[in-house]
Ligand binder design. Structure first.
Ligand code: ARG
Length: 380
């Protein structure tokens, strides 16, 4: 079904060889290599030639031979150690320098897509992983400002997935890597076993999905502090088994980095198969709408949500009413475009009714959950 052209070979390598990336910036690497090469040569020399200076030969033959053996063993060990360090470096950065990863890869410690040296984390702090051209790319996202919702075209939101349980669309989700889907904790509350779910990626209509097999889920991780009363920490991850094959229609969205300020009255887009009216059923076609992200202060105003919006939430929509997500959109994406790529800013969570005046939709704040997300992706 999906073309193979975006299969990321580097991904598996990255997963398998995942290890802490040295503190130096990857793009400072060229200077790391020269530093290491002389080291090997030097150590070797220091040990072998650093032996006692010319001594009367016969007298110290035995002693010298003994020392010589020790020195040789030591230098061999040192040489092996240094080679090990070099091999370690080579493997660590293979994804970046290796030809198989030229098309993009994963930042080793971050499980995040990167397309070159400068896109990978500057150190072990993977949360600094910079954006990549292999996430957040849409071939058909709306360019102009369109007020209100509409039917999405093919390839507009390639990270959007439909989560089915019991043969029915129940929730949305977003692809963040070939094997990870982000969704809402309340979606996986009742059906909490991986076997309860099928994941449909790359489809526009629910009918298309009924003819397809979908993808199976290997593991579900729901936030342990999800509060079903307040919807606080309404976030969950699904690990797919097998992973998805990337294409123009199936592609991850970028996770926002720390420091990427995506809040404050900015425009964002929501998508999903959710109902178009309060209490309605799922829609046949994937739909999209443009929303405004409001400040927490605005959301928590007495007339709006009067303090119900926690720091793990973002409210977005139209205070005037008329544009919103609704039942069946939960778990799906709220994305915002910055610097040519789309970032996942929110996960559809809850709202009072749908599209009511002064009752915007509430989304889980993805930036707030970044440490949690990376932590879960690390645990295997
Ligand atoms: N909880 C809903 C779901 O399970 C999403 C509701 C979003 N509501 C809103 N007014 N934005 O699909």
């Amino acid at each position: 079904m999906n073309s193979n052209q975006y299969v990321n070979y580097g991904f598996q390598q990255g997963e398998r060889t995942a290890r802490p990336v040295p503190n130096a910036l990857p793009n400072a690497l060229p200077s790391i290599y020269p530093q290491y090469t002389p080291q090997i040569v030097n150590t070797h020399h220091t040990v072998t030639h650093g032996l006692p200076q010319p001594v009367p030969e016969r007298k110290v033959m035995k002693k010298s031979r003994c020392k010589c053996i020790v020195a040789s063993v030591l230098s061999v060990l040192l040489l092996l150690g240094a080679t090990g360090v070099l091999v370690w470096y080579f493997l660590s950065y293979q994804c970046i320098f290796g030809s198989s990863c030229r098309e993009g890869g994963m930042c080793l410690s971050a499980s995040q897509w990167c397309d070159g040296v400068s896109d990978c984390p500057g150190g072990e702090d993977e949360t600094q992983c910079r954006r990549s051209t292999y996430c957040g790319v849409s071939v058909a996202a709306p360019k102009s400002r369109i007020v209100g919702g509409g039917i999405a075209v093919s390839g507009a939101w390639p990270w959007q997935v439909s989560l089915h349980s019991g043969g029915q669309h129940l929730c949305g989700g977003s692809i963040i890597s070939p094997e990870w889907i982000i969704t809402a904790a309340h979606c996986v509350e009742v059906f909490s076993s991986p076997n309860d779910w099928r994941v449909y990626a790359g489809y526009l209509t629910l009918t298309q999905m009924t003819f397809a097999r979908g993808n199976s889920v290997g593991r579900i991780i729901s936030h342990k502090n999800y509060d079903k009363r307040t919807y606080d920490n309404d976030i969950a991850l699904m690990k797919l088994n097998p992973p998805l094959t990337m294409s123009d229609a199936v592609r991850p969205v970028c996770l926002p980095n720390f420091g990427l300020n995506l809040t404050l009255e900015r425009e964002a887009w929501i998508s999903g198969w959710g109902s178009t009216r309060t209490g309605g059923s799922a829609e046949e076609n994937l739909r999209q709408a443009q929303v405004t992200m409001y400040s927490r202060k605005t959301c928590n105003a007495p007339l709006v949500y009067d303090g119900l919006v926690t720091t793990s939430m973002i409210c977005a929509g139209r205070l005037a009413g008329g544009v919103d997500s609704c039942q069946g959109d939960s778990g799906g994406p709220m994305v915002s475009k910055e610097g040519s790529v789309w970032w996942l800013v929110g996960v559809t969570s809850w709202g009072e009714g749908c599209a009511l005046k002064d009752k915007p939709g509430i989304y889980s704040n993805v930036t707030h959950f970044l440490p949690w997300i990376y932590e879960q992706m690390h645990k295997t």
